[in-house]
Ligand binder design. Structure first.
Ligand code: URA
Length: 287
């Protein structure tokens, strides 16, 4: 029981539990012997991920951490692997109140916080409805986006627009943004320091919009939001709970352009999103 643990340690544990809860992780087991990076359903008997072994060793031996599951996470099918380094990201954002998209854009300003600004033509903040129930998060702007200052307007963007319309929505009904707001050179994958620098703004955007559902387009978005190192194929198409909201990762439209058969998987995922949002398939026009 927590009452038998020294107060300073108790505070530490409570803080860490709040952090896990923010990430949608609510099941803890006393015995975490087999704690390699495991993705597991709450119903399965496999242990969930917990503090790193270094943190484990800072706890007194023989004292239980948490005796019983706290509460079940009803929507989470998969517990992502959590890197402790993610804590500060969420904590910082949680301190911000009365935020707006305008404030976030102003805070970003003419950003030079990471090296991506050097090759930037236009910063790509995001586009769509500030009251959207559905937010799509991509990786970062490409050449077309960098020229226009708008997300997903190139080839991959056209495919995303078709996907949105196939769901019976229009781009203006959803919100679209990226993990990094400036184009990486040669469209390379954003580097960890770039993702880390830009992520607080993404988190703030999502918090302000407060959508019912977040769809991560590709591994970069999924890894950034879930703070996981797991490959996207291990949790693609599964509902996860993320800061009190439902999140699903699916393949990036650019991947679909290279690998069209994967469109079937993405369509299955988007149908789950439609069901969650109470959307029905648009009626076919009669000829
Ligand atoms: N790919 C992305 O991830 N984002 C964009 O805005 C465009 C292409």
């Amino acid at each position: 029981m927590l009452a038998t643990i020294p107060e300073s340690l108790q505070e530490k544990i409570e803080k860490r539990l709040r952090y896990y809860e923010d990430l949608g992780i609510r099941l803890f087991y006393r015995d975490r012997a087999a704690a390699p990076e495991v993705l597991s359903a709450p119903s399965a008997s496999a242990p969930t991920t917990g503090p790193s072994s270094a943190e484990e060793s800072s706890l007194p031996k023989g004292k239980s951490k948490v005796e019983k599951p706290v509460t079940a996470a009803p929507t989470a099918q998969v517990i992502p692997v959590v890197k402790p380094s993610g804590a500060s990201l969420f904590e910082e954002v949680d301190k911000i109140h009365d935020d707006t998209l305008l404030k976030i854009r102003e805070d970003i300003g003419d950003c030079t916080r990471c090296k991506l600004h050097k090759g930037r033509n236009k910063l790509v903040f995001g586009d769509g409805s500030p009251a959207a129930e559905l937010v799509f998060v991509g990786e970062g702007p490409g050449a077309d986006e960098d020229m226009q200052g708008l997300p997903f307007v190139g080839r991959a963007g056209k495919l995303l627009t078709q996907m949105i319309e196939a769901m019976g929505l229009q781009r203006k009904d959803v919100y679209i943004c990226n993990v990094v707001k400036c184009r990486p050179p040669e469209n390379r994958t954003p580097e960890p320091d770039e993702v880390q620098t830009c992520s607080p703004y993404l988190l703030r955007q999502i918090d302000v919009i407060n959508p019912k559902v977040i769809v991560c387009l590709g591994a970069v978005a999924a890894k950034a939001l879930l703070q996981t190192t797991r490959g996207i194929t291990q949790f693609r198409g599964q509902w996860l709970e993320w800061r009190g909201r439902k999140l699903m990762a699916t393949y990036h439209p650019a991947y679909l352009l290279r690998n069209p058969p994967a469109k079937a998987d993405v369509w299955k995922d988007l149908q789950k999103v439609m069901a969650e949002l109470g959307l029905t398939l648009p009626k076919k026009k009669s000829s």
